[in-house]
Write a protein that binds this ligand. Structure first.
Ligand code: HEC
Length: 217
């Protein structure tokens, strides 16, 4: 048995399996902690101090959000800029802003936006992806959607659309009226504005180029 090859040795395979399993377990534990740290939500203090977080705190609704090309990363990243009024105020407190986002999140679940849209990659492909809907220039000052609703701000235009979507058909497909109240609409717009500030590694791909959203147009 002197020239038995290592490849046919049971002990060799048992040890290899044990090492690979052990290494994979350690790697997964490390990745879990790394991811948790990266996706934990920032605070109001982070925003005031200019600390960049992948998921900014709820009070990001008090700031202007633009979408800028990062040559280093090869895709667009959300950039949080100057203060900007949201429904007339730029001083929503941490509690108030969190409450709005909560209302919007519950509304998005109750009215099942994901039945037709995608949010952060989850949902259906019947209607446009909503992850960066807030950054769609069509809602901006010179945008067709804002003009259509006759409102003067992005947030009011979106809230108006959400309450009466069937009055404003923009594509071949129309969004049906879902019985969204004014309060729910404000929450949903806050939810969408916050979502647009999340650094999603450029997802959905080419949104900026498609929508012309780069450099905050
Ligand atoms: C039954 C399918 C359906 C459901 C449910 C639905 N939508 Fe829509 N939505 C559409 C369609 C279709 C469009 C595109 C037509 C249009 O723009 O008029 C649209 C368009 C939109 C737009 C404009 C997108 C843009 O171009 O910027 C927003 C914002 C939006 N929906 C938000 C929501 C939210 C928030 C919910 C959940 C509360 C929701 N939708 C639920 C079908 C749906």
């Amino acid at each position: 048995m002197a020239n038995k090859s290592v490849w046919s040795d049971n002990r060799f395979w048992q040890r290899t399996a044990a090492w690979v399993t052990g290494f994979a377990a350690v790697l997964l534990i490390w990745l879990t902690f790394d991811t948790s740290a990266q996706i934990s939500m920032g605070t109001d203090a982070d925003l005031k101090d200019g600390v960049t977080k992948r998921v900014p705190g709820p009070t990001v609704i008090n700031y202007k959000i633009t979408y800028e090309m990062s040559t280093k990363r090869g895709h667009e990243v959300p950039v949080i800029g100057e203060k900007e009024k949201f429904f007339g105020r730029d001083d929503w407190s941490e509690e108030e802003a969190a409450e709005l986002l909560h209302l919007g999140k519950l509304g998005s679940q109750a009215k099942n936006c994901m039945d037709c849209h995608t949010l952060l990659g989850n949902g259906a492909y019947y209607a446009p992806d909503l992850t960066k809907a807030w950054l769609d220039p069509a809602w901006g000052p010179e945008g067709s959607l804002q003009a259509m609703t006759g409102k003067n701000t992005k947030e009011e235009a979106m809230a108006e659309f959400l309450q009466h979507p069937s009055q404003y058909p923009t594509h071949e497909r129309m969004m049906p009226n879902l019985g969204i109240t004014e309060k729910e609409a404000i929450g949903l717009v806050a939810f969408l504005k916050h979502m647009s500030s999340i650094d999603t590694n450029g997802f959905p791909r080419n949104f900026g180029k498609m929508q012309g959203a780069v450099h905050g147009k």
